[in-house]
Design a protein around this ligand. Structure first.
Ligand SMILES: [Zn+2]
Length: 475
């Protein structure tokens, strides 16, 4: 028996859930007279509310995790090859990893043909992989786990380790066949069901995804925080499933757009044009194109709130848990200018999520929103123009996590600061350095470390220089 702790994998997922925030600063279309783009007034903003973040959890101690993932290599099977195996085992224990790997690779085929030796060599590869992962992260370990699984595909611990490595790397080898095998081998584990749900969700098979999520939830009962989190994701997927059940789906090369049957063909065509233009233009500026079609769900204004669980005022949101841009539309009277800004803004969030994968939560919210505003365009007043008199700036450090709890005025200020700081970042360092920052966040570096290693400034310096630039503009 064994029990894997998957908290370290789920925490980034949880952070994603906390990141969902309705974008609310866009102008509301008005059936009487759509406001012109220069009239953007942030005082119209309403408080941003995020769903409750997953409960805080005490991260498991690393050692605890390693322990259940490692396999016992103490007893070497008695075969003509035992001396060789002992040497390799000792090199792994001494952390001479590249030497151990070379010796494992060079094992004679006669040794691997031995039925007692083969599973033991698989154990050695598994344990080598764990050490490599500890030192250099998942990319360094995946080869060792693959070797282990190839030698002993019936060992659930080895397959779980490989599955986690695939998951971290967003590797397509974590497919349905692999997961079905893993579910059969490790029937009490929540993780394979969670990964299966993720896969099905990506294929827009929400009903089946919800079933696997419920199974993952059931298997996570020993961990109340994880259980709560999975239960809330299950509910969310079920809600989306029923909201989208009667929708019509139309796909283009880069987007899948869903809308209620009553939505007219004209609106759908307009939306697709806006999205394809965003795909080309923002992709070029940003140097990244999404790896798979992006799902955009158009709700009627009335169904939006119930379907997305977002507050009525929200003008759109990108939900990383569901992998969807969700927009409330106004039917045939839709304001194209408003729609363009909202769709482009949410598209940038989707693109950033695609770029960062499961590390999306490491991206500070001020940069996530700032890039969405900078790349999407639209009518945002400059921070210096918007601020009258004495205004206290919210330090960017406070704007790294969810903005859900911010009061109305602070949320408005947060968006304007994010826009201003990101504008400064792009002006001063250029998009290619911003892209390097994203690489650092993908590796889950902190903001301070990322700025220091990629821009060679401390967080404090960056902050002060940004404030100086905009103070100068004000005077
Ligand atoms: Zn946004």
């Amino acid at each position: 028996m064994y029990r894997r702790n998957i908290t370290h994998i789920l925490v980034p997922l949880g952070l994603m859930l906390a990141l969902i925030i309705g974008d609310h600063l866009f102008l509301k279309p008005s059936s009487v007279a759509p406001p012109s783009s220069t009239e953007s007034n942030p005082s119209e903003a309403v408080e941003a509310v995020a769903p409750p973040p997953p409960p805080a959890r005490n991260g498991p101690r690393e050692e605890e995790v390693k322990q259940v993932r490692a396999l016992d290599q103490a007893v070497i099977p008695e075969t003509p090859h035992d001396a060789l195996l002992e040497v390799i085992r000792d090199e792994i224990e001494k952390r001479n990893l590249s030497l151990a790997q070379t010796k494992l690779t060079e094992l004679p085929s006669a040794a691997l043909a031995n039925e007692k030796v083969r599973p033991f060599v698989a154990i050695l590869w598994n344990n080598l992989g764990l050490q490599q992962e500890r030192l250099d992260g998942t990319p360094a370990s995946i080869k060792a786990f693959k070797k282990a699984a190839a030698l002993d595909g019936s060992n659930p611990i080895i397959l779980m380790n490989l599955a986690h490595a695939y998951w971290e790397q967003r590797d397509r080898a974590l497919n349905q066949d692999f997961l079905n095998k893993l579910i059969a081998l490790a029937p009490n584990e929540p993780f394979p069901h969670l990964a299966m749900a993720d896969l099905l969700q990506e294929q827009d098979r929400l009903t089946e995804a919800a079933k696997h999520l419920a199974q993952a939830t059931e298997r996570a009962r020993q961990d109340p925080a994880l259980h709560f989190y999975l239960a809330s994701v299950t509910a969310k997927v079920r809600r989306a499933d029923s909201a989208e059940a009667r929708m019509t789906t139309r796909s283009s090369t880069h987007f899948t757009v869903k809308f209620e049957g009553a939505e007219d063909q004209g609106t759908w065509t307009t939306i697709l044009e806006i999205l394809e233009e965003a795909y080309r233009e923002i992709g070029q500026k940003f140097g990244h194109f999404p790896s798979k079609p992006i799902m955009v769900v158009l709700h009627t204004k009335d169904s939006f709130q119930g379907a997305t669980g977002s507050p009525a005022w929200a003008d759109g949101l990108y939900d990383p848990t569901l992998g969807r841009v969700q927009i409330p539309t106004q039917g045939a009277t839709v304001d194209t200018k408003w729609l363009t800004t909202v769709l482009r803004h949410e598209y940038v969030h989707a693109l950033l999520h695609d770029r960062l994968g499961s590390s999306n939560g490491a991206l500070p919210t001020w940069l996530n929103e700032g890039l969405a505003m900078q790349l999407a365009g639209g009518a945002w007043p400059d921070l210096d123009q918007a601020l009258q008199g004495e205004v206290k700036i919210l330090p960017l450090q406070y704007l790294e996590r969810s903005w859900g709890g911010l009061p109305h005025d602070a949320a408005t200020l947060a968006y304007l600061e994010a826009n201003s700081a990101t504008h400064y970042l792009i002006e001063r360092w250029g998009m290619s350095r911003v892209d390097e920052l994203l690489t650092a966040f993908k590796a889950r570096e902190s903001v301070a470390t990322a700025l220091q290693t990629k821009l060679f400034v401390s967080y404090e310096q960056f902050h002060r220089q940004w404030l100086d630039t905009f103070q100068q503009k004000r005077t």
